[in-house]
Design a binder for this molecule. Structure first.
Ligand SMILES: NC(=O)C1=CN([C@@H]2O[C@H](COP(=O)(O)OP(=O)(O)OC[C@H]3O[C@@H](n4cnc5c(N)ncnc54)[C@H](O)[C@@H]3O)[C@@H](O)[C@H]2O)[C@@H](O)CC1
Ligand SMILES: [K+]
Length: 481
């Protein structure tokens, strides 16, 4: 798993490390890493390093210091370096002196137009860990002019380091070089970070437990249930699906089918469109009502069921069986509108909620806002449920505070029925006995992979995502990052 630490935790770890490190050493380590990545970027874009032109955009703190020292190292590799100082009086003194000594030139934003236009790479050293709010107008004007690839030092300036939120002008980087630890921005807003490189500055011993986690392919491969020699159809988990209606039969088909595709366990369908489900997926045992569905190890309730009295009874029945329940779509709206349905739940019965932003607002009374991790964590505590908050970077919070952030693979999942497929996969993983938080995490990962595989660069559909689930699991099992 990839650990991610908040800026507060990174800062206190850095303080402990700084106390036992010669002055300036950490910054030079960090800056050297920036210069190596910058040289690679220059080589990729121009075919050479010597004789190319780099522009540093330098703010008032140590992030600017990193950029200035990186400029010094690039000068030693034969790169022409120009530093645009946004706050000349506050530019890192040692970094600026080193760059000047090495032959770097210095500009103000007003005099820099020409060097920006002819840059082969621009290095964003405006703000790092101490960033607050969007780019200020002077920095925004500089970046508006930029056409060269941008390397962000530590993180793209203008993006909130702890939430990844963007509320005005911000740097959109080709690549980001960060130091010592991944910060929330790197997993919550990868679109603005581009390709991310982590430079080791010796911080790992000081970091402690991560604040957020991101699954690697190895985690997904290790968690995904495969049949063992002693297994039969029951021991791998029976998934119950209560989905669909005569208005929305497709939701039933997609949800049940995703459960079929995800694991080798059995799938039972209970609802008004049993015939439709059976005709598409003969391996599903389908009945008309949850009350005569038989035993299951987990329920998925919600896609396309509506929010009427009967649906409430179905949800209450599922919640009362003492097995994990994934409440999706209409089931979330039901809980929001008629919270007494949760009285049917034994306090120990695991519950998993999968809201998108609108459902989240209905459920909790407020939109997730900029701090999506904080919002999901709070909702998880309040409902004693795993909350999977859908988004470009889906966030999965457990009631005990653990948070996973899913790695997006394009925007291919934004298509009708895609959520039904995710819910079905989660149900099958719950039925197999996986921890609900991990089940949601690995399902989200494979769902994203399936979307990318199904799309192959052009828009896809829920049926496409469904069909790609096996290849997505294969891809994770071959440990593709
Ligand atoms: N502390 C350390 O040991 C190390 C720090 N390093 C670098 O130091 C950075 C943190 O440096 P600092 O704490 O000095 O602060 P920053 O360089 O992140 O920010 C500098 C100042 O910019 C101002 N500012 C905040 N938001 C702004 C905005 N939107 N527009 C313009 N100005 C804004 C603030 O007054 C802030 O103090 C890290 O991101 C990293 O790049 C690295 O050199 C590695 C070692
Ligand atoms: K930066």
């Amino acid at each position: 798993m990839r650990g991610v630490w908040t800026t507060e935790h990174v800062r206190s770890a850095e303080e402990r490390l700084l106390a036992v490190t010669p002055e300036g050493a950490l910054m030079r380590r960090a800056a050297y890493g920036v210069s190596v990545r910058a040289a690679k970027l220059l080589a990729e874009h121009t075919g050479r390093v010597v004789g190319t032109r780099a522009v540093l955009v330098v703010g008032a703190g140590n992030n600017g210091g990193d950029a200035l020292w990186a400029g010094y190292f690039l000068r030693r590799r034969g790169v022409a370096v120009a530093a645009v100082l946004l706050r000349p009086e506050k530019a890192h003194p040692a970094g600026l002196a080193a760059l000047r000594r090495a032959g770097g030139r210095v500009y103000s934003p007003e005099t820099a137009a020409e060097v920006i236009d002819s840059a082969d790479v621009v290095i964003d050293g405006v703000v790092g860990l101490s960033a607050r709010g969007p780019l200020r107008p002077d920095a925004a004007a500089v970046f508006e002019r930029v056409t060269a690839p941008v390397l962000a030092v530590d993180l793209p300036s203008g993006v909130d380091p702890d939430t990844g939120a963007v509320d005005g002008p911000a740097v959109r980087a080709t690549c980001t070089v960060t130091f010592g630890a991944y910060k929330p921005v790197h997993v919550l807003n990868p679109q603005h970070c581009g390709d991310i490189t982590l430079v080791d500055i010796g911080l790992s011993g000081e970091l402690g437990e991560p604040d957020l986690l991101q699954l690697d392919a190895a985690d997904v491969a290790a968690a995904w249930p495969l049949p063992k020699p002693e297994d039969n159809k029951y021991t791998q988990g029976v998934t119950g699906v209560a989905a669909g209606s005569s208005t929305y039969p497709g939701a039933a088909v997609l949800t049940a089918a995703a459960a079929v595709r995800a694991t080798a366990g059995m799938v039972r369908y209970a609802g008004p469109v049993a015939d439709v489900v059976r005709s598409h997926w003969p391996e599903v045992v389908a009945t008309g009502s949850i009350f005569d569905a038989g035993r299951v190890q987990a329920w998925v309730v919600g896609p396309g069921i509506g929010t009427g009295r009967q649906s409430k009874e179905v949800l209450a029945e599922a919640l009362g069986q003492g097995v994990p329940v994934c409440a999706d779509a209409d089931a979330i709206t039901l809980i929001a509108e008629q919270p007494d349905v949760l009285d049917a739940r034994d306090p120990d019965t695991p519950l998993l909620l999968t809201p998108h932003d609108g459902e989240f607002e209905r459920l909790t009374g407020s939109a997730p806002g900029a701090d999506r991790v904080g919002a999901a964590r709070e909702a998880a505590r309040r409902f004693r449920a795993v909350v999977l908050l859908k988004g470009h970077c889906t966030v999965i919070a457990a009631p005990d505070g653990r948070v996973l952030v899913n790695r997006p693979r394009g925007s291919w999942l934004a298509t009708a029925g895609s959520g039904d497929v995710l819910a079905g996969m989660i149900g099958a993983l719950l039925a197999s006995g996986l921890d609900p938080w991990l089940a949601a995490g690995v399902a989200a990962d494979v769902h994203a992979r399936a979307g990318q595989i199904a799309a192959g660069g052009v828009p896809t559909s829920a049926s496409g995502i469904l069909a790609a689930i096996p290849d997505a699991v294969r891809q994770a099992r071959s440990l593709t990052p």
